[in-house]
Design a protein around this ligand. Structure first.
Ligand code: COA
Length: 278
């Protein structure tokens, strides 16, 4: 067997040995980075995605790197499909110790460019999908256990009304669950990723080198993040080192959150001015 993917982290390699994590939206981007990193630390990983082929490819990559992984498919908007997928995962690898509700849908559009169905689609994927994932998978969750969701800034972000509205709901759900399920030994936390290089979101936000460097300069730590930055935070939150941490919405963003929505607003203004000139 080849050696497991060697993550560049400070955590011990067997941190999650014997555990099983469900990761929705794990076929690419930040969630794939977390899946790979969890597997590199001994965790069995179920990658769940809308597209079965993509989920299986991600799982195969983890297996090829020496980890244990399974790819399953469900749309997080479809509760019955989720129930079937999590049952399949639990039958293969046993109950979950970690549920990561990472699946998200997004497109940049101003409020007057979003139809009611467009708004509903994103709320259904991001907010209802998080609820559905947690509700379907919690039936198979070992206690003590961990739930992680992926959130976004509470700041207003131009072109993202549908997303920030949905993610504000994810925050409320995360913290309410943390309060309700603490007595069951379940910790519930969320991560707010900053601009992470190599993701779909980043490619959309900054498609060329000039805009990438503009985004990086608007981050106090003066660089874009990498998926491992988010994975490291996830490893900490699900580890015993965070055993007294619950209900936290943790920005992992090089300090961008401290600046509020000003950088995104400046980008939006520049776009508006360019449009007016054209
Ligand atoms: N601007 C405005 N509205 C948009 C849009 C855009 N760029 N993209 C989709 N919509 C609207 C559609 O017009 C439709 O509304 P309508 O029926 O009133 O026309 C609604 O959203 C649903 O679109 P559809 O393509 O049928 O939904 P879907 O379930 O197949 O796709 C999305 C989901 C909308 C999130 C899609 O953007 C997507 O699949 N994105 C890729 C994955 C992704 O977002 N990853 C997240 C990275 S952070």
């Amino acid at each position: 067997m080849s050696q497991p993917h060697q993550a560049d982290t400070t955590f011990r390699p067997d941190l999650l040995a014997g555990k099983h994590a469900l990761i929705t939206g794990g076929g690419s981007g930040i969630n794939l980075g977390i899946a790979q990193s969890f597997a590199a630390h001994g965790c069995k990983v179920t990658v769940l995605g809308r597209n079965l082929e993509k989920a299986q490819k991600a799982a195969q990559g983890i297996v090829d790197a020496g980890g244990q992984a399974l790819g399953v498919s469900a749309d997080v908007r479809d509760f019955a499909a989720l129930e079937a997928a999590v049952a399949q995962a639990a039958a293969q690898f046993g109950n979950f110790d970690i549920i990561l509700a990472g699946a998200a849908g997004n497109f940049p559009a101003p409020v007057d460019g979003i139809s009611p169905n467009g708004f509903k689609t994103v709320v259904d994927i991001d907010l209802l999908g998080t609820f559905n994932t947690i509700k379907a998978a919690a039936v198979h969750l070992n206690k003590p256990g961990n739930i992680l969701s992926i959130s976004a800034y509470g700041n207003p972000v131009p072109m993202q009304a549908h997303v920030v509205a949905a993610k504000a709901g994810v925050d409320a759900l995360t913290q309410t669950l943390a309060v309700e399920w603490g007595v069951r030994g379940v910790r519930v936390n969320a991560i707010i990723p900053g601009p992470i290089d190599g993701t779909e979101g980043m490619a959309r936000l900054a498609p060329d080198e000039k805009s990438r460097s503009r985004v990086a300069q608007a981050v106090p730590l003066n660089r874009l993040g990498v998926p491992q930055d988010i994975a490291n935070a996830a490893l900490f939150l699900v580890s015993d080192a965070a055993s007294y941490v619950t209900g936290v919405i943790l920005p992992v963003d090089g300090g961008q959150n401290m600046l509020g929505g000003a950088p995104q607003y400046q980008t939006y203004l520049a776009m508006q001015q360019a449009e007016q000139k054209a």
